[in-house]
Design a binder for this molecule. Structure first.
Ligand code: BGC
Length: 808
């Protein structure tokens, strides 16, 4: 039964077809007097409302907005109220700027520390990511703005992002890459969701019946509408059939014509189209797009405060030898590092905010009671070490008591559109750390980076405080922590391996060919290091405080656990109690521990509190592939309460009823169960999980198809195509050398040919893409003539479609 049957009845087939894609870069399609257009904007970390002509990744600027801490930062707060406040502030700002739908939060699982967009995501753990995202969604939607959790799903790399097939076993899919979305949907009830660019096991997510129908709607109970990622549509009709409601940006007349033809030729049942229109209208017609918002004004100070609180609660103290921190008012501080004056506070790409009110460490020091001996730049953003800058930094350092050195990752290290090349920090910054560590002054390193870095220098410094990408108010928040005005309470939401060499199948990431094999299976992040007993630099859940906490009296019942936590130190502080579950005696593959709950408690010195963490439907479950259902393995479980995954303080055994599972005798099973991932071969993986997918070839002179990337033109038959690919590659390298990634170039480089027809607002139709491919594949003359004819034919048809309502 359609909820909007009355309206849908009045819509023509053309109108319904047009509704299935946008009316421009950022608007959904409007039908005069019946369906308003919704304005959609990035993003997850602050609004990116393009004021002039929209151009996806932003040659044209966006309106000034509050820049909140990035999701990777927020996740370190483990604080659901704080993230909900950020969501609310974001939703409010959206409403005031007439944005009806916010394209975020991003909650993909951080599979590998080099993932280019890790700064935009929460965690390597699905429970934590899901809980946080759920609350952000709730916040965004509190005043009627629509949230769009993204990118559904298994979207782990930027390289070839629109032409990459994530090959993953079903259990890992469910337990790692979908549980985050499941929790976020259950807790946040988002009105929309964005599909990812990639395929999962050979099917584009946007046309996957399994993902969109069986799982998203049936199992998770999602009742919003599904939007593609920008240009992520592959087969428009297959998308509609399988549950995708809106292709963005607009495919315009050619897209609508495809739908009309499919209905007329019987390839698409009109009832299915009506269903998709209905799902979309349910959201559009109850959205803020139906209201006028003139009266709403942004209180920028309030927004800044929200960003500040969030940054404050997210800062993680990683090292504090001999209590060098907190700084006292008498301490003379040498502030060193380019980031201290020109902060690295947000990532790059579609999440980039035109920041309204940016603080710097240099400008805010005084207001936070810090006595500065001076500031020195220390290093340049890109390029080699500069001896003069190092000398200047050292001169300043020796005039101080403590050096506060702000280092981390620069802009080219973390961006949408590219993955990181390694886990190191820029060499000129590392050299500066070394130089300064040889002086007598205490050395406090303040890190600014949205993802893990190697820290071979850790032993040489006295303290490390990680601010991640703290947003516009991150600097002031950092001083509050450095001076002890706020006792740090952040905990890492991801593991810091010793070095990249420790990352399982690290040498295969990112996949440069179509198939990306998720050979580590369930053993992502701490699930690997913990079980394989591999030493890490900082474990998942880690973070220090200026006080100490003790735990005792663990009790367990069928509702959950209870533990007494005491602040045994001298100052007030906040502790994050973490609940991990394990099952040593098991007949299924299992990590040693999995996070299944957490709670935060703020305590005065000497104060104690009983902390309760409830069990839920996820606590003991696993996905049983043979029955395609969630099950519980019967037996004894270990209930573990810890300060982080490697520091379990209290453990109790607990009996759980469930299914008896037969023991498995299998060599590959045994390798996985021993977490001996190095010994898992390609064949082991493919055969054990029954996942065989043909890998694409990359040979000179090959024919390219719709779903090959422009980068692959390097092997094309046509010399023109090869020259274009070379030019693109060089242009990208040049922009990187300058220190600023060029997002549009990166987008094009990783883009498949089909997307030319999806990203050009009706200018290029699929027939013209075929013509372009002919040129690329060495048929210059026939391809060119088809392209020219195609261009005029498409223009003529577009003009003839007078029913199409252009954006006004
Ligand atoms: C990104 C999305 C973003 C969209 C619109 C895409 O390139 O993957 O996360 O929301 O662009 O800017």
């Amino acid at each position: 039964m359609l909820k909007n049957a009355a309206i849908i009845k009045k819509l023509t087939l053309e109108q319904k077809a047009a509704l299935m894609s946008g009316q421009g870069e950022w608007k959904s399609y409007a039908v005069n007097n019946q369906v308003p257009a919704m304005f959609l904007s990035d993003g997850p970390l602050g609004l990116r409302k393009q004021s002039g002509a929209g151009d996806h990744l932003g040659l044209n600027g966006s309106e000034p907005a509050t820049c909140f801490p990035s999701s990777a930062t927020l996740a370190n707060s483990w604080n659901l109220e704080v993230v909900e406040d950020v969501g609310q502030a974001l939703g409010k700002e959206a409403q005031a700027l007439d944005v009806h739908q916010v394209l975020g939060p991003g909650l993909n699982i951080k599979r590998n520390p080099l993932g280019g967009r890790n700064f935009e995501y929460y965690s390597e753990d699905p429970y934590l990511a899901g809980k946080l995202a759920g609350r952000v969604i709730r916040g965004i939607q509190a005043n009627g703005t629509i949230a769009t959790p993204k990118h559904f799903a298994v979207n782990s790399q930027e390289t070839r992002r629109m032409a990459s097939n994530s090959v993953v076993d079903e259990r890992t899919l469910r337990e790692i890459y979908l549980t985050n979305f499941e929790i976020a949907i259950q807790e946040g009830n988002p009105k929309s969701i964005m599909t990812s660019y990639n395929e999962v096991n050979g099917t584009y997510t946007n046309e996957s019946h399994h993902l969109l129908q069986d799982i998203l709607r049936q199992e998770f109970g999602f009742d919003g509408y599904v939007v593609t990622d920008w240009g992520g549509d592959n087969d428009h009709i297959a998308g509609i059939k399988n549950g995708s409601n809106l292709v963005m940006p607009g495919l315009k007349q050619p897209g609508a014509r495809e739908v009309i033809a499919a209905v007329q030729e019987g390839r698409l049942d009109e009832a299915v189209l009506d269903q998709r229109v209905d799902e979309l209208l349910n959201v559009v017609l109850s959205s803020n797009a139906t209201k006028k918002n003139d009266a709403i004004k942004v209180d920028w100070d309030h927004q800044h405060q929200v960003a500040y609180q969030a940054a404050l609660k997210s800062i993680v103290l990683l090292k504090n030898e001999a209590d060098v921190l907190p700084l006292t008012q008498e301490t003379r501080v040498a502030l060193i590092g380019d980031f201290a004056a020109n902060p690295r506070y947000q990532g790059a790409g579609s999440s980039l905010v035109n920041t309204k009110n940016l603080e710097t460490l240099k400008d805010t020091a005084q207001a936070h009671g810090v006595t500065l001996a001076g500031y020195a730049q220390g290093y340049k953003r890109v390029g080699q070490s500069d001896p003069a800058l190092i000398a200047e930094a050292k001169d300043l350092a020796i005039k101080s008591d403590v050096v506060v050195l702000n280092v981390g990752l620069n802009e080219v290290s973390e961006s949408e559109g590219m993955d990181r090349k390694d886990m190191t920090m820029p060499a000129n910054q590392v050299e500066l750390i070394q130089e300064l560590s040889q002086l007598d002054q205490k050395l406090v390193v303040v890190l600014s980076a949205g993802s893990p870095v190697e820290m071979p220098w850790l032993d040489r410094v006295d303290a490390v405080v990680h601010g991640y990408l703290g947003g516009e108010a991150g600097a002031g928040a950092m001083w509050e922590v450095l001076t002890g005005a706020y006792n740090p309470s952040g905990r890492l939401a991801e593991t810091y391996p010793m070095s990249y060499a420790d990352v399982p199948f690290g040498e295969e990431f990112p996949a440069h060919r179509r198939n990306s094999y998720y050979k580590e299976s369930l053993f992502v992040g701490y699930r690997y290091y913990d079980k394989a007993q591999k030493a890490v630099r900082f474990p998942f859940g880690f973070g220090l405080s200026y006080t100490s906490f003790t735990y005792d009296n663990l009790s367990v019942n069928d509702q959950g656990v209870e533990v007494k936590v005491t602040n045994s130190g001298q100052v007030a502080g906040t502790e994050t109690v973490q609940l991990y579950i394990g099952k040593a005696e098991t007949n299924i593959l299992r990590p040693a521990k999995e996070l299944k709950g957490f709670a935060q408690v703020s305590l005065a010195p000497g104060e104690s509190q009983q902390v309760k963490i409830s069990f839920d439907d996820k606590t003991f479950r696993y996905f049983d592939v043979s029955s395609d259902t969630w099950q519980v393995e019967a037996g004894t479980y270990q209930i573990m309460i810890g300060k982080n995954v490697n520091d379990i303080i209290l453990t109790a055994d607990y009996q759980v009823e469930g299914q008896e599972v037969m023991a498995v005798q299998d060599e590959v099973f045994a390798k996985y169960q021993a977490c001996d991932l190095q010994s898992i071969s390609q064949n082991d993986f493919e055969n054990y999980f029954n996942l065989e997918f043909k890998q694409n070839t990359m040979v000179k002179g090959q024919n390219l198809g719709y779903n090959d990337t422009l980068a692959e033109m390097i092997n094309a038959k046509s010399w023109i195509a090869r020259a274009v690919a070379k030019w693109l590659k060089n242009a990208i390298a040049k922009s990187e050398a300058k220190g600023k990634p060029d997002l549009n170039l990166l987008f094009n480089y990783n883009m498949p040919f089909r997307a030319m027809g999806k990203m050009t607002g009706g200018l290029i139709d699929q027939d013209m893409v075929t013509a372009i491919l002919r040129i690329v594949n060495g048929h210059f003359w026939s391809g060119s003539s088809r392209l020219i004819k195609g261009y005029f034919r498409n223009q003529k048809r577009n003009k003839a479609d007078t029913w199409y309502e252009e954006d006004k």
